[in-house]
Design a protein around this ligand. Structure first.
Ligand SMILES: NC(=O)c1ccc[n+]([C@@H]2O[C@H](COP(=O)([O-])OP(=O)(O)OC[C@H]3O[C@@H](n4cnc5c(N)ncnc54)[C@H](OP(=O)(O)O)[C@@H]3O)[C@@H](O)[C@H]2O)c1
Length: 247
């Protein structure tokens, strides 16, 4: 079994859900893993549970990203696996009436923050490194009331492919993982009550051909595959993990 021994991995948004599950898999394969998140207590708790290195950084803040870059550069000098995962759904609602604050909140974290995390960390990436960007099936499914979130993920798909073209000469691969509905804290963070969450859950399960929600581990395993040597010929790809929802 191949390992990630002597590899340095970054997982943005590593204190819960998909980021947490991926950090766990990376650590099981012996990588040195640095996780980020906004909430000091949550990131430190997760890091202690996982055996990861915590760094408090808001992905929307370029100042935080610079500080994070400096820390990783000084302590580790290189990065082999960059998993840009942190994201939020934001407030749901129609395009009509969307506020600038709602728009900026989602775009600044999901798109601008992800873009500049990639941009700033490129010099630290080893030749042959793997970058995985966490998108969503919503990047190419156009449901009402989620315009900004959907656009933020579509924008990520675009830059991931450009980055794959730009970084290929250094054998750095850039891929996209697009989950469908996955059981994590993302929905509870939207402030929905238990009854609404249960209703959404039942509706989703009913519409997914495999009749279940995804687990964070399902997504994590794909990230591991893309980051490993088994995927050395895979770049610029989008892999969908959605139980058949978009069939
Ligand atoms: N769950 C799904 O159904 C689903 C489907 C498709 C795509 N996704 C995407 O999957 C990614 C991970 O979400 P998840 O489902 O695992 O949800 P989650 O459990 O809420 O995890 C999100 C992670 O991102 C972090 N985060 C959010 N905003 C941040 C910011 N500004 N700076 C740094 N960290 C930030 C969170 O940390 P804090 O709590 O400290 O903010 C948390 O660690 C997101 O990009 C999401 O859009 C999820």
């Amino acid at each position: 079994m191949s390992t990630f021994k002597n590899k340095v991995a970054i997982v943005t948004g590593g204190n819960s859900g998909i980021g947490y599950a991926t950090a766990k898999e990376l650590i099981a394969k012996e990588a040195t893993v640095i996780i980020t998140g906004r909430r000091k207590e949550a990131i430190e708790k997760a890091a202690a549970e996982l055996g990861a290195i915590p760094f408090v950084a808001d992905q929307a803040s370029l100042k935080d990203t610079d500080a994070f870059y400096e820390e990783v550069s000084q302590k580790y000098g290189k990065v082999d696996i960059l998993f840009i995962n942190a994201g939020i759904v934001g407030n749901m609602g129609p395009i009509e009436g969307k506020t600038e604050a709602d728009f900026d909140n989602v775009m600044n974290i999901n798109f601008k923050g992800a873009y500049f995390t990639l941009s700033k960390f490129i010099p630290l990436l080893n030749d042959g490194a793997s970058v995985v960007i966490l998108s969503s099936i919503v990047a190419s499914t156009y449901k009402a009331n989620s315009s900004v979130y959907q656009a933020s993920k579509a924008a990520l798909n675009s830059i991931a492919k450009t980055a794959a073209a730009e970084l290929a000469p250094r054998k750095i691969r850039v891929n996209i993982v697009s989950p469908g509905p996955t059981k994590t804290e993302v929905m509870t963070k939207m402030g929905l009550d238990d009854a609404t969450l249960q209703h959404i859950h039942e509706h989703l399960v009913d519409s997914i051909p495999l009749k279940k929600m995804g687990a964070a581990e399902d997504v994590a395993k794909l990230v591991i595959y893309l980051s490993d040597e088994a995927a050395t010929f895979v770049t610029g790809s989008e892999i969908i993990v959605d139980g058949g929802l978009t069939l």
